[in-house]
Write a protein that binds this ligand. Sequence first.
Ligand SMILES: N[C@@H](CCC(=O)N[C@@H](CS)C(=O)NCC(=O)O)C(=O)O
Length: 205
Amino acid sequence: MALAHKGVDARTVGWHFGEKRLPAGLNRVPVLVDDGEVIGDSTEIALHLENKYHNGPSLFGGDGGEVHARFVVAWADTVLHPMLFPALALDVLAQVKPEAESYFRQTREARLGTTLERAAASKAEQVETVRAVLAPVRHVVEKREYLGGDEPSYADYAVFGAFQWARCVGGPEVVGATDPVHAWQERMLDLFDGLAREAKTAKDN
Ligand SMILES: N[C@@H](CCC(=O)N[C@@H](CS)C(=O)NCC(=O)O)C(=O)O
């Protein structure tokens, strides 16, 4: 989404858990390789794009926007994603290649403190908790089009990542159809000629 926002053409390469072909020193995706420069971590990638490509619209809207976006990213990473994960655990597992299943199970169960099956057992309640935790997002998007205001910003993409994750693994609907956050999700899916809507999902496998 950040690349599209900046109008930067890129070739995307899929990666599976356990594959050993990430650049040296990196063990997580996404990774951007830009003219030989290697950048890991979504926010670092967005900052790189913001600083290097001045033609496209700003992703952050200046220094204050960058600091606010960092707050939103930290909230998404420490609250939203961990709360959503139990509800998606088995859907993600179903997408993991057989050879990486035990790695995935081991690392994620250590993080959850329980088995993936037990974590996913209360899926409906977990989704309700996620819906409650989305209150700050709802508060903004029922009044404004995007977290960025009239236009989407990196803060929108950081939160949208969780929704796209659920969507792509064929997980439950994060929010109900009448939720203002659902309307925001639809706006996000429509951006850049439906770029995110076209992403491969579990149904395509
Ligand atoms: N906050 C980081 C999160 C990166 C991250 O956790 N990536 C996961 C995607 S599932 C990963 O690559 N995990 C590899 C692994 O657990 O081995 C970002 O947005 O770049």
